[in-house]
Design a protein around this ligand. Structure first.
Ligand code: SF4
Length: 213
C-alpha cells in the first residue's frame, strides 16, 4: 500500500477504515489539491478554466515537469494531453513505460492566456506547490521538459542545449535532474527528435538503475 500521506498530498484519497484515526484524512480539506484548486495567488486564477495539479503514479521513480497547462489541459484538468501529450505518451511507451509509471506535472498549475510564457511572479507564486509535490512523490529522478522548466529548476538562464546530456542536482531536494526538449517543441522541430531520443536513453537508464527513495 503506498504511503497514505503522500497520496493525500496529491489529492488522492484511497478508502480507509473509519475506525482508524488518520490525521491526513482529517486534514483533507487542506490538501495540496484543494489548496491549488482555490489558489488566487496570481492573476492566472481569473483566466483559468480549472487548475491542473498533476497526474500519474504518486510513488513514481521518475517525475516529469513541464512548463504550464495549455488549452486542452485547462479544459480537462490533466497535464500533457493534446498533441504534445500524445507525443509524450508515445515516447514513454517507446521506453517501456505508461503514464502510470511516472508522475507528470508543470511548474505552473494554471494556463497562461494564449499559452504565453510564465511570468516571473507567476513562477514565484506557484512553484512552492511544485516543491510540495516533489517532497510528496520523492522521485529518484527529475526530468525538466523545455527551457522554462529547466531554467527554473536549475536557477539558470542557460540554453536547453547547454543543459541537456548532463546530470544536474536539483536544490533543495538534492534529486538528480535531467533536461530534454518539451514535446510541443519537438512537434514544431521534428529534426531534434533524434537528440531527444538520446536524452531519453540516458533518462531511462538512470531511472532503471536507481531504487525508489
Ligand atoms: Fe495559484 Fe499557481 Fe494558479 Fe497562480 S498559477 S493562481 S499561483 S495555482
Amino acid at each position: 500500500m503506498p504511503d497514505i500521506s503522500s497520496l493525500h498530498a496529491l489529492g488522492i484519497y484511497p478508502w480507509v477504515r473509519k475506525t482508524v484515526t488518520n490525521a491526513a484524512t482529517e486534514g483533507a480539506a487542506t490538501s495540496l489539491q484543494a489548496r491549488v484548486a482555490t489558489c488566487t495567488a496570481c492573476t492566472l486564477s481569473s483566466t483559468r478554466t480549472q487548475t491542473v495539479l498533476g497526474g500519474g503514479n504518486p510513488q513514481a521513480r521518475l517525475m516529469i515537469i513541464g512548463e504550464a497547462p495549455g488549452f486542452y489541459e485547462d479544459q480537462q484538468g490533466e497535464p500533457f494531453i493534446g498533441n504534445a501529450g500524445m507525443l509524450l505518451t508515445n515516447i514513454l511507451q517507446a521506453f517501456g513505460w505508461t503514464r502510470n509509471d511516472v508522475y507528470i506535472t508543470n511548474i505552473l498549475k494554471c494556463r497562461p492566456p494564449n499559452n504565453r510564457d510564465p511570468l516571473p511572479d507567476e513562477i514565484a507564486n506557484c512553484t512552492p506547490f511544485l516543491i510540495e509535490q516533489i517532497n510528496a512523490v520523492k522521485p529518484s529522478i527529475l526530468l525538466a521538459l523545455g527551457k522554462i522548466a529547466a531554467n527554473y529548476l536549475l536557477n539558470t538562464n542557460a540554453s536547453l542545449d547547454e543543459l541537456r546530456q548532463t546530470v544536474h542536482l536539483h536544490h533543495p531536494t538534492n534529486t538528480p535532474l535531467y533536461v530534454s526538449y518539451h514535446p510541443a517543441y519537438l512537434l514544431r522541430a521534428p529534426g531534434d527528435k533524434k537528440k531527444a531520443y538520446a536524452d531519453w536513453v540516458a533518462i531511462k537508464r538512470a531511472t532503471d538503475s536507481v531504487s525508489k527513495c
